[in-house]
Write a protein of this length. Structure first.
Length: 529
């Protein structure tokens, strides 16, 4: 996910790169124009990612998860080939930019699809782990790209930048080959009327026979949830009622927004003359006085620590739960930002370049990388994939991914001017305050989904709506439900149609009107309490 953008950080201002793209060389066109062009060459990738996420929003449900991922990988390959083949000439820059957009389109399509597909193919007890593994590859891709760029920087020819970019093809080919050995989402298959194949996938994922009662019940739960909306349209994302589609979409998208405005780009990236490098080498070089090579090596150590911290999320995600990890990560990020800000006061505000307090800023950077790497790196990819219901999961997850790429682009563009105008002290202080604003939103609006099936999460929101209770409280207090209890609750709270009631309810002694009365009674008791 991050290899294509991470690779650019090390080559965008390399002399070997300037030989093919002279418009990026400050010595040729001036520092201001070169800075703008370098920023454009880098950030245009995120525009492509946004386009890919938009494609998933509009057509993702029609193609299916595996086809979307395959198409995304093909676009990555095509875009990479376009990027690595320019020759010196006036059109070299145009070709490279087109390649960046095409590659971004493929990546945007995949980032909007893969989390949903993983959530739909995982069990309740390991869904969080599976998506954390996928998201942690962002950090892994970043550190791989950093060290590849560093190692090849010793070469004085175009291989130093063509090879790192071209390596994306290897990963894309692995995805294309591997995806066809994996099952399609059972929820997609059942939503498109492929009942037999969907039934077999449900059975395979549960490791049970196709005709087992549990397989048939799981199939019926999915079908009932989908049938309640008939033919899916994008406008269903905006609906309220028991399903609470719009509320759930906003919660998922907000997590992607908070990830980007929490300051990750201020710590992990700074553009000096539009050269996107980890901010830590800047501190090592400008504040501590290390030479550029040693500063870059220590910056690579930072990136490695960041990647290793991502693995800490594996044991934490199902033990602590989503809410606690969000709150813990936010606390760590805020603390790190304030620590870095205060330690930069002597240098930024008092002009004391020899003050040893700057070492505390380095500690703050490491603390942020660890806090972000094991919480906010993964959670915004997990939450939208599991909190959104089956009927709109692809669309809502695409909206969340669009939010990520829009704000990624915005923050990357506004962070350099902030660092230039209010220095590191003001920038880190600002992001520390922003992180403090996350606490009440997470506490009052983010429902706990640990250990819940995707259909159970539907019940949490429907129960809260029908009984007029706060859904975060319902999520904390509601006991785990068996598949049979989920189906009955879906009937009770209006998530299943009357036809589903007759099919399932006759054997259970319940009727649609009976459960409507029960819901009303519980709502009245809740108001009285």
């Amino acid at each position: 996910m991050l290899l294509p953008s991470g690779v650019m950080s090390g080559i965008i201002s390399a002399p070997q790169f300037f030989r093919i793209f002279p418009d990026l060389n400050p010595d040729n066109v001036g520092s201001d124009h070169a800075s703008t062009m370098q920023a454009f060459y880098t950030a245009i990738y995120e525009v492509g990612c946004l386009a890919g996420a938009t494609f998933a929003l509009l057509w993702g449900n029609k193609l299916g998860r595996r086809k979307n991922i395959t198409i995304g990988a093909i676009f990555v390959i095509i875009g990479t080939i376009i990027q690595i083949t320019p020759m010196p000439g006036k059109r070299a820059g145009h070709q490279f930019v087109i390649g960046r957009i095409v590659t971004g389109f493929g990546n945007g399509l995949n980032t909007a699809t893969v989390p949903s597909w993983q959530a739909e193919c995982s069990k309740a007890h390991n869904r969080g782990l599976h998506i954390c593994i996928e998201a942690s590859m962002i950090a892994t891709g970043t550190v791989i790209a950093y060290w590849i760029d560093f190692g090849l920087s010793y070469l004085d020819n175009s291989i130093s930048w063509r090879l790192p970019i071209g390596l994306q093809i290897i990963f894309a080919v692995i995805v294309i080959i591997g995806i066809w050995y994996l099952p399609e989402s059972p929820r997609y298959l059942l939503s498109t009327g492929q009942y037999e194949e969907g039934e077999h996938v449900v059975a395979a994922l549960a490791d049970e026979p196709v005709d087992s009662p549990n397989t048939q019940l799981q199939k019926r739960l999915i079908v009932d949830a989908l049938d309640n909306f008939g033919e899916l349209q994008i406008k269903h994302v905006l609906t309220g009622g028991p399903s609470q589609h719009w509320r759930r979409t906003l919660i998922g998208a907000s997590s992607q927004l908070f990830q980007q405005i929490g300051g990750c780009n201020a710590v992990m990236g700074k553009r000096s003359r539009a050269n996107f490098v980890p901010y830590s080498p800047v501190i090592y070089q400008q504040y501590i006085g290390l030479d550029r090579r040693m500063s870059l090596i220590l910056g690579g150590v930072n990136s490695t620590v960041y990647a290793m911290s991502a693995f800490l999320s594996y044991p934490m995600i199902e033990r602590l739960g989503r809410r606690k990890m969000f709150l813990l990560g936010t606390f760590g990020q805020a603390l790190a930002m304030f620590l870095a800000a205060f330690c930069l006061i002597p240098n930024d505000l008092q002009g004391d370049s020899n003050n040893h307090a700057v070492y505390g800023a380095v500690v703050g950077l490491f603390l942020f990388l660890i806090s972000f790497g094991c919480t906010w790196l993964e959670l915004p990819w997990l939450l939208p994939a599991e909190i959104n219901p089956n009927a709109i999961r692809t669309n809502a997850n695409a909206i969340s991914t669009q939010t990520n790429w829009i704000w990624n682009f915005a923050v990357v563009m506004w962070t350099p001017p902030m660092l230039n105008s209010i220095k590191g002290f003001g920038t880190f202080m600002f992001f520390g305050c922003v992180n403090l604003c996350f606490f009440p939103i997470i506490y009052f609006y983010y429902v706990e989904t640990r250990g819940r099936t995707l259909e159970e999460i539907d019940i949490i929101f429907a129960k809260a709506y029908c009984e007029k209770k706060w859904y975060v409280r319902v999520g904390n207090e509601m006991e785990r439900l068996s598949p049979e209890e989920v189906e009955r609750a879906a009937v009770k709270y209006g998530l299943s149609t009357e036809g589903s009631v007759r099919e399932f309810g006759e054997d259970q002694g319940i009727t649609y009107e009976h459960d409507k009365r029960e819901v009303q009674k519980e709502a009245e008791r809740g108001q009285a309490a």
